[in-house]
Write a protein that binds this ligand. Sequence first.
Ligand code: SF4
Length: 407
Amino acid sequence: MTNKPHTFIDSIIMGFTGSSVNLIVPSHGTLCFDNSGRLFGHHKNHTSFSRGLDGRIIKKTWSPGKPCPHPQTIKELSKREIHQFHSHITHILRKCLRSADVCHMEIYYKSRKKHMSLWRIKKTLTALLHFTEERLTTDAQIFKQTYRPIGILPPDQYLSLVIQVTEGCSWNKCTFCRFYAGVSHKIRSQEEIMTHIDQVRQYVSSSLSRRCSLFLGDANAFDARPDTLIWACQTLSRLFPKQASPQSDGMGGIYSFGEVNRLLQWEKNDLIKLRLAGLRRVFIGVETGADKLRQWTRKPGTSEQVWQTVQKIKSSGISVGLVLLAGIGGKEHSALHATETEKLLLKMPLNNEDIVYFSPLSQGPSDKWTKLSRTASQHQIQDMTSMIQSLPTPPKTGLYNINEYLY
Ligand code: SF4
């Protein structure tokens, strides 16, 4: 290992997890690729880059020495920065390939050390290198032809396989939400869903193993007729048995967003059929328990209707994911939001199969309140989290930062 020019790397660790290939390269960080060779992540020191299938790249940074699960900065890269980023990745991969003959190489398959011939190592590195920026751009275009824009997903569903049974949001008027702006709403027929499933299967191909669950898009899959949605869940369970079944690591299953007014129209028997077909959790944008704030933000439904919906879903054996807006009501109505939301949560039959997310409000009707500071919003989240954790059977809690969303 001596007398090597500085253009060589001393050691490389190559790890195969079964669903991804990871390269750990000292002084260059970790590079992560799916089984098709698409780059999806690069981490170095306190910085990470995550690449979405649509080609967007989110950069996150953490403060050195301050252990915190939440990043200090989150930024989407510009086109120029994306180009620079890809050039940097190509540079690292070329260096790895050049060094393969002379560097110390360790190979792991599912955490177990393995032997791999130099020929195969070079073949893998060459394949990764061939997924160039140009090819990734073409891949992102195919992704955009396969899917209508995927507005948002719950944080635990970023690795799901999305199947759009509906498009957009039929309401699309909440003041704080721009996820489906400009997307026309549509309920797909069984035939259209089947065509979409075939296109998705073709697109994900060998990278399917990276997908942990199934998510029924978009804003409210329950806009579809019960027989269509039950058929969709049965079909998906048959075609993607691994993703549709709960796994020992807690992942797996079919998930969706649901809107209160529409869910109330569903018969409990149909919800039970959905559960039997694999539906595991419905995510509901509760936002707040305060009806005045719901009206101001044009959120459909009342807190009473939210409660009735949760009762109905839970009594059908399906879990719920509730999304609360931290900071709704601003400084003036912060206490109202906290008190009414607490009252609502206390009435609900929640348990550890459920999850409550706090999503910091990024926009709202500025004429109704003064924006809550970041610190005050964090305190509100901490107080509500403590309240939830003191429940007899507390649900899980988590932060839902929409700026981190990437599919
Ligand atoms: S918050 Fe939900 S119901 Fe309101 S516009 Fe957004 S997606 Fe539609």
